[in-house]
Write a protein that binds this ligand. Structure first.
Ligand SMILES: [Mn+2]
Length: 438
C-alpha cells in the first residue's frame, strides 16, 4: 500500500478530507531529502603528484577524507533521509585499512541518526573487492553484484522509497543495464542508482553501461542518481550526475560537490550542488601586453589568484598570453620560469602555482615590420591597394614559405577583413611560418 492509499484509507474512515487534493497537500509537505554522491575515489594514488610534490599529495589525501567527512556532517545537520553513493567510492580494488576504518566510523555516525547509505559498486571498486566489515555495516545497503535489484526503505516520515540499483562485479561493463530497471507501484518514490556513461560513446573502451538521456526520461523513476562522469551535470529534471566531492588533478576543474535532492510527490525535484572540496585545481588565464614587464606580470598573476576561499587550498596553472618583448625574452630562458614560480609560491599559504605556460609572442611594431625588407615593403604597398588578390596572384613571390603566406592572405581576403586586421594577420602568419625572432 502506498502512502497515498494509506492516507486515503484513513481519511475515508474519518469521513473528512477524503479528497485527493488534500492527500496531495499532505504529501507535498512530506518530501524526502537525500544527498547524492559518487566517484569519491578514496585511496587514490594521486599519480604524478606524489612523485613531484609530497606535500601536495598529503594535502590531497587529507582532503579526500575531509570532504567526505563534511558531506556526512551535512547529512546529519540537514537530517536527511538517505545518503546515496552512485559507485566508485574507492579508487581501486586495493583498500587501505585507514580508509576502511574511516568509512566505518562515518557510517556509524549515520547509523546513530538513522540515516541509511544506499550504494552501488562501480568499475573502480567492483563488489567482490569490498571488505566484509563494510558490506555488513548496518547503515549501508550495497546492491548485489551483476544484477539489477530493488529494495524498499522507509523515509523518516514513513514514506515508502523503492531503490533500484546494480553493482559492478568486474572492472568492465560494456552492455547497457538501465533497461532492466523497474519501478514499484507500491512505493511512494522510486529512485534509481546507475554507474555509467551517457550518450553514444564511439570509443568502446570508454563505454560503461551506456544510456541515452531519453531512455531515462521515458521511465517513471522519480530520480536517476548517476555516477561515473566526474563532472556535475543535470541531464533532466530527474536525472543528474553528482560530480566528485574532491578533485584529484587538473582534469577535474569543476570543483568538488555533492547533490542535495529534495523530492516532492508533485513538484519538480529540487537539485542543489553543494561545494565541499578542500583542494581545488584551477586553470587561470592572465593577459599581458607590450607594456608589461616581470613585476607587472607578477602583480597581474597575484590579482588573478586572490579570488579565493579561505578554507580551501588552490592548485593553479597559469596561462600567460599576449605580446610582450620583455616577458617573451624572460621566459625564453627555461630556468627563469622555475625561479618565477618559486618566487610566486613564497607569497602564498593557501595557493600553489603548479606551473606557468607562457604563450607569449614578441611585440612587433607595424612600421618596423613593414620596413624590415623589400618584400614586406611591397606587401605593405599592396595592402594600400586592397583588395589586392590579383596583384598577389601575378606575384613575384618565388620563395615557397612566402607563397604559403600569400595563399593564406588570399584566403582571408575573401572574408574582406579591414586593412588593419589584414596587417595583423600578415604579422601573425609571418611569425607562425618562420617561428623565429624578428
Ligand atoms: Mn567509474
Amino acid at each position: 500500500m502506498t502512502r497515498i492509499e494509506f492516507l486515503r484509507n484513513i481519511l475515508s474512515k474519518t469521513g473528512k478530507y477524503n479528497s485527493d487534493c488534500y492527500i496531495k497537500f499532505v504529501l507535498m509537505n512530506e518530501p524526502i531529502i537525500f544527498l547524492h554522491t559518487g566517484d569519491v575515489h578514496l585511496d587514490s594514488p594521486f599519480k604524478g603528484i606524489k612523485e613531484n610534490n609530497r606535500i601536495l599529495a598529503k594535502k590531497l589525501t587529507d582532503a579526500s577524507y575531509d570532504s567526505f567527512k563534511l558531506l556526512i556532517s551535512h547529512a546529519i545537520s540537514d537530517n536527511v533521509d538517505f545518503v546515496l553513493i552512485s559507485g566508485d567510492l574507492f579508487d581501486s580494488e586495493k583498500k587501505s585499512l585507514k580508509t576502511i576504518l574511516f568509512l566505518k566510523e562515518q557510517f556509524d555516525l549515520l547509523l546513530e541518526r538513522n540515516i541509511k547509505v544506499i550504494a552501488i559498486a562501480g568499475n573502480h571498486d567492483p563488489y567482490f573487492s569490498w571488505p566484509d566489515d563494510l558490506i555488513s555495516h548496518k547503515a549501508l545497503h550495497l546492491f548485489e553484484p551483476g544484477k539489477v535489484s530493488s529494495l524498499v526503505l522507509e523515509s523518516k516520515k514513513g514514506l515508502k522509497v523503492n531503490f533500484t540499483g546494480y553493482s559492478y562485479n568486474s572492472k568492465v561493463l560494456r552492455e547497457s543495464i538501465h533497461g532492466q530497471y523497474e519501478i514499484s507501484k507500491d512505493a511512494d518514490f522510486n529512485i534509481a542508482l546507475l554507474h555509467g556513461s551517457v550518450g553514444d560513446i564511439k570509443n568502446e573502451h570508454h563505454r560503461y553501461a551506456p544510456f541515452n538521456i531519453s531512455d531515462l526520461k521515458d521511465t517513471e523513476f522519480d530520480y536517476w542518481a548517476l555516477g561515473h562522469i566526474h563532472k556535475p551535470e543535470i541531464l533532466g529534471d530527474r536525472i543528474a550526475y553528482c560530480g566528485i566531492p574532491q578533485p584529484r588533478n587538473f582534469k577535474e576543474l569543476s570543483g568538488g560537490n555533492y547533490l542535495k535532492v529534495n523530492l516532492n510527490d508533485n513538484k519538480k525535484p529540487e537539485l542543489n550542488y553543494i561545494n565541499i572540496s578542500k583542494v581545488e585545481f584551477r586553470s587561470i588565464e592572465v593577459a599581458v601586453t607590450e607594456k608589461d614587464n616581470i613585476t607587472s606580470c607578477i602583480k597581474a598573476i597575484k590579482d588573478a589568484l586572490t579570488d579565493s576561499d579561505d578554507d580551501k587550498f588552490y592548485v593553479n596553472r597559469v596561462n600567460l598570453y599576449g605580446d610582450s618583448n620583455s616577458l617573451y625574452n624572460y621566459f625564453k630562458v627555461e630556468s627563469n620560469k622555475e625561479d618565477f614560480i618559486d618566487n610566486l609560491n613564497e607569497f602564498y599559504d593557501n595557493q600553489l602555482v603548479d606551473d606557468i605556460f607562457p604563450n607569449l609572442e614578441q611585440y612587433i611594431e607595424r612600421e618596423k615590420f613593414f620596413n624590415a625588407n623589400s618584400f614586406f615593403k611591397e606587401l605593405s604597398n599592396l595592402l594600400e591597394k586592397y583588395p589586392f588578390a590579383e596583384h598577389l596572384e601575378t606575384g613575384y613571390l618565388k620563395n615557397k614559405s612566402l607563397k604559403r603566406i600569400t595563399d593564406k592572405i588570399l584566403a582571408e581576403e575573401e572574408k574582406r577583413p579591414s586593412k588593419q586586421d589584414l596587417e595583423r594577420i600578415l604579422i601573425d602568419l609571418f611569425k607562425a611560418e618562420f617561428d623565429e625572432d624578428i
